[in-house]
Design a protein around this ligand. Structure first.
Ligand SMILES: [Zn+2]
Length: 165
């Protein structure tokens, strides 16, 4: 897929999940970085468990809460640094694409199941959090465990093609 197709897929899946959340009055939000319903709030600087985008309020029609903010004369970069929303969407799209190629699957559009999948892996991350003391080094095993959970979550969002079930 080229960038245009990847972005089209992003908008397509975000719209799909948003429609379900609204129709069922579910207090979750889709992530502006990946389109999955991973956020409990918007603009709360939560880090998405799927794409690692930090929700600083940026979206298609909104810029970062920190945009234009100056501290001691220095313009704030925002938590995502130089990574643009568009590049983040393309990056996650490429990772999904490679997972789909690997398993010959497709992104899960069963929103109820997607919400359960995300909840399950968020719970696993929470359990790892509880075991952390704050003194861990980046090479410690517990961080590898953390990264594995993120990888597993992304893989779990790709399911067998519905036509083949
Ligand atoms: Zn995300």
């Amino acid at each position: 897929m080229d960038e245009r197709e990847i972005l089209a897929e992003f908008y397509n899946r975000r719209e799909h999940y948003n429609t379900y959340l609204q129709a069922n009055d579910i207090a979750r939000h889709t992530c502006p970085g990946c389109g999955f319903p991973s956020l409990a709030a918007r603009g709360g600087f939560d880090i998405c468990d799927i794409c690692n985008w930090e929700d600083d309020g940026q979206d298609d029609q909104a810029s970062s809460i920190l945009a234009g903010l100056q501290v001691d004369g220095i313009l704030m970069a925002g938590p995502n640094g130089r990574l643009s929303l568009k590049d983040n969407r393309i990056n996650i799209g490429r990772m999904l694409e490679s997972n789909m190629a690997l398993t010959d699957g497709e992104v899960d559009f069963d929103t109820a199941r997607v919400l359960k999948t995300i909840e399950y892996y968020q719970q696993r991350k929470h359990e790892i959090d509880e075991r952390m003391t704050g003194d861990e080094l980046p090479q410690d095993h517990i961080w590898m465990e953390w990264k594995e959970v993120s990888k597993d979550l992304l893989a779990a969002l790709v399911v067998p093609k519905s036509g083949e079930l």
